[in-house]
Ligand binder design. Structure first.
Ligand code: B12
Ligand code: SF4
Ligand code: SF4
Length: 418
């Protein structure tokens, strides 16, 4: 008969095999000891670097980040998983919208099915498996970016990798294109060794490539710092209001999220491999993500998909088309107005670069001046001001005559300035 520690060791080994069979690429177990990174997190909040992500700063949520037992009182271990999501256009190019300013770039993590759904379901299956192995109920709780947990710190403690200067957790033989998920358990398991090295060395490619200067390098404690208020991912997904004017141009044609600081990272250039998860693949026009069901009675099929979508078509999306485009996808988080705001900015950045007239794009922007959402109207005004189209000043002036929203008026006045 095996001694108790051997039984636990054997269970942990089988649990890891089972997690891999469920589609996870990385798996480790950590002690639910108090977080060592919470003081850094508090300093980050105190400096206001989280922008308007108020949910991060809630006092109870900050306390829970420091102490996993506030999320599961009886927690005795945490299983940490990582799942590769690397996808590219499939035509041999790393990204088919690179260098095609009339197309939008959607960050890789959001081109297919919403990862929260995929990973949550698998972690629940892992939990059920543990209960069946234990022969009795085991308390457990699942998190995938769905609660106040410092997931990257747990990933580092599980031995996955180190914090790069781009603030990503980087696994030495995988790179950083992986999601994290956590299963808290009321079951003691042998823990893995934390990843103790830092492998960026003198490299600073991500710092140099970030178009907005959001990455600030390591601080005196060895923690990488990001000013999220400048990050394109924050601006195009989390931020609810207008995009600050000076940040609109650097966004280029990135309409949801940003992968630049991962694209330039030598660990991704060398090790990134396509994910085996079919659900994460980009979708063609009108397609739903793999695994997402059609909604009865809803209008399907009227969107350009996530594979280098045409900005003009995105700009013309109605709320119904948006509903079908974003269903079952992480893209939904931006909301209809936020997403169209991003598309308007990208169109402005495209039209600034081209000499040939683009009547369809101009017409879509002029229509957007009458959008019910002030956020969309305001950014459409900015986008028109970035063009040399003859119709633009007339359309802007006409809108100014009837516009009542103060933000949109300000944008219109600014756009009309010579
Ligand atoms: C808020 C958030 C964002 C914000 C802020 C990002 C940031 N860098 O802080 C925004 C909207 C910008 C964002 C963007 C993205 N995100 Co995000 N995001 C989160 C979320 C919900 C919380 C992160 C957080 O608390 N940030 C605050 C900082 C202070 O904490 P931290 O990043 O966890 O880690 C810090 C400390 O641990 C500390 N630290 C590191 N080493 C040391 C050493 C010492 C001694 C000390 C004291 C501290 C210390 O420094 C780290 C960075 O500042 C997590 C999910 C989660 N619950 O953790 C996902 C998460 C971090 N995001 C993820 C992803 C995929 C992205 C994007 C790639 C999406 C995209 N393509 O657009 C980008 C990447 C941008 C980037 N370079 O980070 C993944 C990252 C996976 C990975 N391999 O790292 C996560 C884990 C979601 C998931 N479940 O998979 N995100
Ligand atoms: S995700 Fe983009 S904007 Fe944000 S830090 Fe990385 S390169 Fe900069
Ligand atoms: S690009 Fe260089 S500095 Fe940045 S995370 Fe990758 S290895 Fe580190």
């Amino acid at each position: 008969m095996l001694a108790e520690p051997d039984v636990q060791k054997e269970l942990a080994a089988r649990l890891k095999d089972h997690a891999r069979a469920l589609g996870f690429d990385l798996v480790g177990v950590v002690d639910p000891a108090r977080s060592a990174h919470v003081p850094h997190f508090r300093r980050w909040l105190a400096a206001g670097l989280h922008g308007d992500m108020a949910y991060l700063a809630r006092a109870d949520a900050v306390r829970r980040r420091g102490d996993l037992s506030l999320s599961l009182e009886s927690v005795r271990s945490a299983v940490v998983v990582g799942q590769n999501y690397y996808v590219h256009a499939g035509d041999g190019e790393p990204d088919s919208a690179w260098g095609r300013a009339s197309r939008g770039i959607i960050a890789r993590y959001a081109r297919g099915r919403d990862y929260h759904k995929v990973i949550e379901g698998r972690l629940r299956a892992l939990h059920r498996w543990i209960e069946s192995e234990a022969g009795s109920p085991v308390g457990g709780r699942v998190y995938v970016d769905t609660g106040p947990i410092l997931e990257r710190e747990l990933g580092q403690r599980a031995g996955f990798g180190w914090f790069g200067k781009n603030t990503m957790l980087i696994a030495p033989r995988h790179g950083s294109y992986f999601f994290l998920g956590i299963l808290l358990l009321d079951l003691a398991l042998p823990v893995d060794e934390a990843f103790a090295e830092e492998r960026c060395g003198t490299c600073r490619r991500c710092l140099d490539a970030c178009p907005t200067g959001a990455l600030k390098g390591y601080d005196a404690n060895g923690a990488p710092v990001m000013d999220a208020r400048l990050c394109i991912s924050y601006l195009t997904i989390e931020h609810r209001g207008p995009i600050p004017r000076d940040l609109r141009r650097p966004i280029g044609n990135r309409i949801f999220g940003c992968d630049i600081c991962q694209e330039v990272c030598p660990f991704n250039l060398k090790f990134a491999e396509l994910t085996s998860e079919a659900g994460y693949a980009a979708r063609g026009p009108g397609e739903r993500p793999v695994g997402v069901q059609a909604e009865a009675g809803s209008e399907e099929g009227r969107h350009p998909g996530t594979h280098a979508p045409s900005l003009i078509e995105l700009m013309k999306m109605t709320p119904d088309h948006w509903d079908s485009f974003s269903r079952g996808s992480a893209i939904r988080r931006a909301g209809y107005a936020g997403f169209k705001r991003n598309v308007a900015v990208a169109i402005g950045n495209w039209l600034r670069q081209v000499d040939e007239p683009q009547p369809e794009a101009i017409a879509a922007l002029i229509d957007a001046l009458a959008d019910p959402q002030p956020l969309v109207r305001g950014h459409a005004a900015w986008a028109l001001s970035e063009t040399s189209a003859r119709e633009a000043p007339q359309a802007l002036a006409a809108r100014l005559e009837t516009e009542v929203d103060p933000f949109v008026r300000e944008e219109l006045v600014d756009a009309l300035r010579p």
